[in-house]
Design a protein around this ligand. Structure first.
Ligand code: TYC
Length: 105
């Protein structure tokens, strides 16, 4: 008799499963404008690290160039951290001042 609390079998749940599903927080990866990083380099970075087409990469790069900042993508904390580190490393290697950061959604 699984419904009788006295004779409840050991396999029955002792607590109700919670109804609210917990989703992990997501993070925006942001690219910042500067006056020195070449446009082609930014496009290359977006194609290579964010799997964008040339047209998509151009669009994001031009948005950053005109507005100062743009969201490149939204990822889990771990993936966002990795993307930011990869962008910063590519920029550092080429000695470009390109800045990339992340922000909780
Ligand atoms: N403003 C840069 C230029 O005129 C281009 C640029 C675009 C730099 C986007 C950074 O995130 C950036 N060469």
């Amino acid at each position: 008799m699984p419904q009788d609390p006295v004779h409840r079998e050991e396999t029955d749940l002792a607590v109700k499963p919670r109804t609210k599903t917990q989703r992990p927080p997501m993070y925006k990866v942001l690219l910042l404008n500067d006056d020195f990083t070449p446009m082609e380099f930014v496009v290359h970075v977006l194609e290579r690290l964010f799997a964008m087409t040339h047209a998509q990469a151009m669009e994001i790069m031009l948005t950053v160039h005109r507005k100062g900042i743009a969201v490149v993508g939204v990822f889990s904390h771990e993936v966002a951290e990795t993307k930011v580190a990869q962008v910063m490393e590519l920029a550092r290697r080429q000695q470009h001042p390109l800045q990339c950061t992340m922000e909780k959604e």
